[in-house]
Design a protein around this ligand. Structure first.
Ligand SMILES: [Mn+2]
Length: 322
């Protein structure tokens, strides 16, 4: 989005007074950082802004300033503007969808590659590392100064979505922003540590089970790892413990596609997909109603672990052969 488009979208947004900002289910660092930064800035302009997340804020994101202001439900029924943050439509926000849909106007601030056209106001750019980086561009375009707390929130989003500046979505502009925030006293290394190196023991054990379960197709092009509902029960773990596991599973040489399948409840399988050589896993995820990016995507399949795996492998094959 160019600066003038960002500016007109922002003006349309701040013409209103009350905002509900909804995170996607299983909120990650980008979603939380972006929603908190947006809420803090709206409040500094005298607006009434609430961040809602159906799922609890994972422990390792509690260091985020104002993370304790995030609500999980709201009895309040009316907000002027309902914003979906870091996702493309209200259904991705789970139980918060109702509040978004009942708002007078809707908005989307997001960087996910999708055909969805949700939102009266759309602040959307797929070619950017993170929603957090998009918010930096937005604030720069409209001349909003970013304070240290806001910079911490936005740096967290950038750090998470770039895998600690390791992925190809970290551009020279991303480093420029990180450098600017570092000069303000926001420490990238401390954020990396909080975000990626603060696993609870049960999550580390879950990672161990995922790694031990790794298998590959005969031609080696597809590699997958699985976590059964039994694994979660044995370790007293929940799905918030699986953040980052897929990236560790995918950190091997050879396959075109790597998948992590998690049976979060009997009969409900969440899949995270990663690719490396330009193969578009977003298309695979979209076939099951999911989505994301070309190199990283996800979906939910209501089936057994084994059936979900078979369905995913044949969908990946279909695209590989087409
Ligand atoms: Mn994101």
């Amino acid at each position: 989005m160019n600066p003038s488009k960002l500016k007109s979208s922002w003006e349309a947004l701040v013409a209103h007074k009350s905002f509900i900002l909804a995170c996607h289910v299983q909120p990650d660092g980008d979603c939380l950082g972006a929603a908190l930064a947006l809420a803090r800035t709206l409040r500094s302009l005298g607006k009434d802004a609430t961040v809602i997340s159906q799922d609890p804020v994972p422990d390792h994101y509690r260091f985020l300033p104002e993370s304790d202001t995030i609500v999980h439900t709201s009895d309040r029924r009316y907000f002027e503007v309902g914003v979906v943050v870091d996702c493309d439509q209200p259904s991705r926000t789970g139980t918060a969808a109702e509040l978004i849909n009942s708002a007078k106007i809707t908005a989307r601030i997001d960087h996910h590659l999708t055909k969805e056209n949700f939102g009266d106001i759309q602040i959307y750019e797929p070619n950017i590392s993170s929603t957090s980086e998009l918010i930096v561009e937005l604030f720069d375009a409209v001349g909003i100064e970013i304070d240290q707390a806001t910079a911490t929130m936005l740096m967290t989003g950038i750090v998470f979505d770039t895998g600690g500046f390791r992925y190809s979505n970290a551009t020279s502009r991303t480093f420029e922003i990180a450098s600017r925030f570092a000069a303000m006293g926001v420490s990238p290394s401390e954020i990396v540590r909080s975000v990626f190196e603060s696993r609870p023991l049960r999550a580390a054990k879950l990672l161990g089970r995922a790694l031990s379960s790794m298998q590959e197709t005969q031609d080696g092009k597809i590699v997958w790892a699985e976590l059964s509902n039994r694994d979660y029960i044995d370790l007293d773990a929940d799905d918030s413990c699986t953040e980052g596991i897929v990236n560790t599973v995918a950190a091997i040489k050879g396959p075109r596609v790597v998948m992590l399948l998690r049976e979060i409840e009997p009969g409900i399988v969440r899949a995270s997909l990663r690719s490396r050589d330009g193969f578009d896993v977003n298309k695979v995820a979209a076939a099951f109603g999911g989505g994301g990016h070309a190199a990283a995507s996800g979906c939910t399949i209501e089936d057994t672990l084994q059936q979900a795996r078979n369905k995913l492998i044949s969908e990946v094959r279909r695209w590989m052969e087409s």
